[in-house]
Design a protein around this ligand. Sequence first.
Ligand code: C2E
Ligand code: MG
Ligand code: MG
Ligand code: MG
Length: 295
Amino acid sequence: EAKAGGRNQYRMFDESMRNQREEELQLLSDLREALRCGHILPHYQPRYSPTAQRAIAVEALARWNHPERGLILPSEFIPISEKSGLINQIGATILEQAVRQRCEWARQGLDVSVSINVSQRQLCDLDFAGMVQRVLEDHGCDPKRLELEITETLLIESNPVVSANLAKIRELGIRLAIDDFGTGYSNIARLNEMSVDCIKIDRGLMQGLPRNEEIVRLVIAMCNFMQVTIVAEGIETLEMAEWAQRNGCHELQGYFYSAPVSAEEVECLIQGQVAAAGSGRRRHPATSGRAVVHG
Ligand code: C2E
Ligand code: MG
Ligand code: MG
Ligand code: MG
């Protein structure tokens, strides 16, 4: 009986594997359809600058606007897109829409940079940097107003295609940021050699405050040594915002300021900050950028 039970278990396992595979295939075909219909779009999360007293940049984050299910978050479709290679098309449409939006804002007199997440798979595409260049040219976008976020593990990569893409991106004047810094095992020497423009300190590190205060201060000191822009991720409370500002983070990002929201909502939010900063109203330095937008 033990054997039969084992066989049954095996069959159940086999079946659940098959179901999972079928679900994945269905998800992929739905995703392709969503891409065709323009249902994959960026939402934007502000990066607040205490000096400018407003968000000077926004991060584009992919959303799937599903006709029945509503907004679907990246955790449900980015991993499978990376596995299947569909991330190249998703990345391209997010880039295109975000660059177009940035230029639209610039025409209205609102100067905001955009940052885009780029995955390993995209950087392995021979034409990646060329594609980015074409999108910038199509919209007449200043390359300095675009930042590409990559993870630190990509820097250790010895893939020649990745290196060539990164070199071309630097050459074009596009900014390079290290996302989720502090979660991987960085090659610090390589990081310094790469002379990236920006380091985004991972939300997990920031949320370990004040317990890990000494470590985060050391990370900030290292970033200052490298002369990069320091972004603190995952700022959820006034205490965290004040700490990050006091300790020299240049830009603050997190739910305390705003969750990622639609283009219209983020525009509204930043216009409000511009107006408030212009009126010279003195407010609490850390709270002045706070908005109660949660989407
Ligand atoms: P990420 O690039 O590190 O983006 C930050 C994530 O943290 C976002 O999740 C954002 O909503 C969330 N977040 C921001 N502030 C806070 C906060 O104060 N507290 C908490 N708990 N979370 C906060 P989201 O939008 O679900 O994206 C998850 C990840 O999916 C991103 O992490 C990024 O790695 C990936 N992703 C999103 N869009 C794209 C894309 O267009 N292309 C690629 N390749 N990856 C993407
Ligand atoms: Mg990011
Ligand atoms: Mg990330
Ligand atoms: Mg991040």
